[in-house]
Design a protein around this ligand. Structure first.
Ligand SMILES: [Fe+2]
Length: 393
């Protein structure tokens, strides 16, 4: 949902006769968001997407993010070491739930093999952040390449599978129940990204596609796992959905390299909102990228201690020296719940005075509803994190 693109073969006008080289009538699919009122794409399939199918219950899929029995009790700052997660397999299975609320579920994914079936998540948009590894997202829209440092946005119910281009990979994943979008204030009235938006149209990666052509019958996977209301179903399709010869529209998967994000610098410390990258109902995702720090001669560049009383905060540390935190390194995920003040570790606040740059790279999500830890996250938790603000420890 960045801008309109058109790939492959298309009829001159939508909803009109369009045939393959052998004369077969192609099947138009309308992929629509927001009912029929939001962004949409037209896709042209070689064969009907509605052909009869066998439907089965399945044990395929990943652990659903559910709140642990203890909830977020006792309320405290928490830290999870995502790289200690041992759950492996294909992307469909290799996801460990960390925290969840009504709007978003947050997972760590550590795939080490290709998906052998197709997947469509009917429960929300998926926003990945690739921490390490290289991958290809194959979908009805074509192939989208992703690598370390890329966000990857997969719209709800996009039929896709992941393939690895490195031996394994680690990704952070936000499952966004009511969608994940470019903030509307970054766009002008015709939808173009504004001059003061933190990214431009050229910064985004789009699918290379489509996969099929007008003169060659498509071959591809036909087993599709669908997630809906936190249950998985297996649909055995008659035809592969990867038979799209052309498509056009605004709804499709895309990637955004985090280091294309244009940071802002102020006279004095600016709030996290200047790092906003994506938003959805109940949350905002922010990108902290290397930048010049505040220019006032007496500025304190380190974030001020804060009580953000309406938001829970997750910070995923990617790279850099994390001047504000001790004992925190790449791959760590901190949870700072509303109601518990947080800020720089002792010494970091004063120690930052006079610094001119920060090389930290991190992804943050702030949510309005409380984030509740999932039982599977307990084995990744660093029990001493809350008390690590004790200057005497
Ligand atoms: Fe914070």
């Amino acid at each position: 949902m960045i801008d309109r693109i058109a790939l492959g073969a298309l009829p001159e006008k939508p909803h009109t006769v369009f045939r393959a080289t052998d004369g077969t009538l192609l099947q138009e699919e309308m992929f629509t968001r927001g009912g029929f009122d939001g962004p949409f794409s037209y896709l042209y399939h070689q064969r009907p997407i509605t052909a009869p199918i066998a439907v089965e219950e399945t044990t395929r899929g990943f652990p659903i993010a559910r709140p642990s029995e203890r909830g977020n009790h006792p309320l405290q700052r928490r830290l999870y070491r995502s790289l200690e997660g041992r759950r492996r397999g294909a992307m469909l299975e290799a996801r460990t739930p960390i925290v969840v609320n009504r709007d978003v579920a947050i997972y760590v994914a550590r795939p080490d093999r290709d998906d052998d079936v197709l997947f469509a998540n009917g429960d929300g948009d998926e926003l990945f952040y690739v921490f390490e590894g290289r991958l290809s997202l194959e979908s009805v829209f074509g192939v989208l390449e992703a690598e370390e440092g890329d966000y990857v946005h997969v719209p709800r119910s996009t039929v896709h599978r992941w393939k690895l281009r490195s031996p394994d990979a680690t990704l952070l994943l936000f499952e966004c129940r009511a969608g994940c979008f470019i903030p509307s204030n970054f766009r002008n009235p015709v939808g173009q990204l504004k001059l003061d938006a933190p990214y431009t149209h050229r910064d985004f990666k789009r699918p290379n596609g489509p996969i099929a052509t007008l003169d060659q019958p498509a071959d591809g996977p036909t087993d599709l796992v669908i997630k809906k209301v936190d249950r998985f179903s297996l649909h055995r399709l008659r035809n592969t959905p990867f038979d799209v010869v052309g498509w056009e529209g605004f709804a499709y998967p895309f990637a955004f390299p985090i280091e294309k994000y244009q940071p802002k610098t102020g006279l004095i410390h600016l709030p996290p909102t200047i790092h906003t990258t994506f938003v959805g109902p109940g949350f905002a995702v922010c990108s902290f990228v290397p930048r010049v720090t505040d220019t006032h001669p007496q500025a304190i560049p380190c974030p001020y201690p804060h009580s953000s009383v309406d938001c829970d905060e997750i910070l995923f540390y990617v790279r850099g020296n994390f001047t504000s935190r001790r004992g925190v390194g790449p791959g760590c995920i901190s949870l700072h719940p509303a109601g518990v003040a947080h800020g720089p570790h002792p010494g970091a606040y004063e120690g930052s005075i006079g610094t001119k740059r920060t090389d930290e790279l991190a992804v943050m999500i702030d949510t309005f509803a409380p984030l509740i830890p999932c039982p599977e996250a307990a084995e990744l938790e660093d029990a001493g994190y809350h008390s690590s603000w004790d200057a005497t420890s």
